[in-house]
Design a protein around this ligand. Structure first.
Ligand SMILES: C[S@@+](CC[C@H](N)C(=O)[O-])C[C@H]1O[C@@H](n2cnc3c(N)ncnc32)[C@H](O)[C@@H]1O
Length: 223
C-alpha cells in the first residue's frame, strides 16, 4: 500500500534535473581505464546509471531500500548495463569489501548516514592508492569540515556549489505541487498520509530558507 504512494511521488523525474552536476563532477576526474566504482546509497540509481554512461568501468551500488533497488535493477536491464552494474541491499555499516577495491567512491546524499569524518576514515581503506572520493552533500553538512580533509589522508582536488535556490525551484517547489494532489488522493489512507507528511516537512524546511538550502560536490583524492 505504501508502495502505491511511493510510486506516485515522482522523485526521479525531478532528480533527473540535477544529473548534469553528476556529469560535471565526473568530468573533473582524470581519465581512468575501467574504474571500479562504489556508489554508496545509490537509491534508485540515476547517478549510478550516469556513471556507467560516463565511464567504461564496473559499478557497485549499495543501498538498504529494496523498493529503490528494484527500480534501479529494472533501469539497469532496460539500459543494458547488467554486465557492468551490480546492486546489493547492504548497509554501509555492514559493507565488507576487500581493502583497496575501488578507484572511485561516489556518495550523493549519503555521507551524512555515517557522518563526514567517520565516512572519510572508514572509506579510506576501500580506496586504491590515489583513488577518488566524490561527495555530493548539503553545503552546511560539509563546508566547515573541509580543513579536516588532509588529516584523513585525502587532498581536496576540486569542488563546486550548485546555483543558489536551484533545489527549491527545480525540485522542492514542483514536488510540493505533486504532494498537494496526493494528499487529496490518499486522504483516507493513514499509512500514505504519514509518508506524505514526511515529504511535506522536508519541503517546509527548504521553503523557509530556499537560498540557504544548497548542495555542493567535493572531489577528494586519497593521498
Ligand atoms: C538522499 S538519497 C540519495 C540517493 C542517490 N544517491 C541519489 O543521489 O539520487 C540517500 C540514500 O541513502 C540510502 N541509505 C540510507 N541509509 C543507508 C545505509 N545505512 N546504507 C546504505 N544506504 C543507505 C537511502 O535508502 C537513500 O536511497
Amino acid at each position: 500500500m505504501s508502495e502505491d504512494v511511493l510510486s506516485d511521488i515522482n522523485l526521479d523525474y525531478l532528480r533527473k534535473r540535477f544529473i548534469k552536476y553528476t556529469r560535471k563532477a565526473f568530468q573533473m576526474l582524470p581519465k581512468l581505464e575501467k574504474p571500479r566504482i562504489l556508489d554508496i546509497g545509490c537509491g534508485s540509481g540515476l547517478p549510478t546509471i550516469e556513471l556507467a554512461k560516463l565511464s567504461d568501468g564496473e559499478i557497485i551500488g549499495i543501498d538498504i531500500d529494496q523498493f529503490k533497488l528494484d527500480k534501479l535493477n529494472r533501469r539497469i536491464e532496460e539500459e543494458g548495463f547488467s554486465s557492468r552494474i551490480k546492486t546489493f541491499n547492504c548497509s554501509i555499516f555492514e559493507a565488507d569489501f576487500p581493502e583497496e577495491s575501488f578507484d572511485i567512491i561516489w556518495a550523493e546524499g549519503a555521507i551524512r548516514i555515517m557522518g563526514f569524518e567517520k565516512s572519510l576514515k572508514e572509506w579510506h581503506r576501500l580506496l586504491k592508492p590515489h583513488g577518488f572520493l566524490v561527495v555530493h552533500e548539503e553545503i552546511n553538512m560539509v563546508s566547515n569540515k573541509l580543513e579536516k580533509i588532509p588529516g584523513w589522508d585525502y587532498k581536496l582536488r576540486d569542488h563546486f556549489s550548485l546555483p543558489e535556490d536551484e533545489w527549491w525551484t527545480d525540485f522542492y517547489k514542483p514536488l510540493e505541487i505533486q504532494i498537494k494532489e496526493l494528499f487529496l488522493k490518499y486522504k483516507n489512507n493513514s499509512e500514505a498520509l504519514k509518508i506524505l507528511k514526511k515529504y511535506q516537512n522536508e519541503i517546509d524546511m527548504v521553503k523557509r530558507n530556499p537560498k540557504e538550502y544548497t548542495s555542493a560536490f567535493y572531489i577528494m583524492q586519497k593521498s
